[in-house]
Design a protein around this ligand. Sequence first.
Ligand code: FES
Ligand code: FES
Length: 164
Amino acid sequence: MELRINGQPVKLELTAGATLLSVIRDQLRLRGTKESCGRGECGACTVLVDGHPVMSCIKLAAVTAGDVTTIEGLAEESRDLREAFAEFGGFQCGFCTAGQVVHATALLRELAMRPVDDLEKFIRKRLSGNICRCTGYNGFVDAVLQTYRRRLARQAKRMEVSRL
Ligand code: FES
Ligand code: FES
């Protein structure tokens, strides 16, 4: 079959039952996406399919329809978010971090289109499927909050400059 991964078409030969995660890590050697529970419970393996977060360990590659984006494909877009994870102590061992960043990237895109009233509650609820064994969660919630606020501030500044 053919899939688009990080904007590139790739031809794949699949074994029966191959998961999207096994294709990404073992065939394409994109090792940023992690496997932890391997059964759809922790979110470590999250990738985007047509912009929506998907747990790739329980997604059959053969039925994956749409553009797949892994953490490697989000390197530029997530730069400020990843810096904020470091700044606010959003990780320790880092095993869950790629999944958190991928999921939070989709969430920040959504917030840019449709702001919400209780931002912190929204972030905590939406990221609740991404399990971390090390941190107390506050670090990466703060990182996502601050990234959102900083992006808004940069956008406001750009609009102000363009009006001059
Ligand atoms: S490794 Fe996929 S959900 Fe845990
Ligand atoms: S930082 Fe270790 S599992 Fe999240």
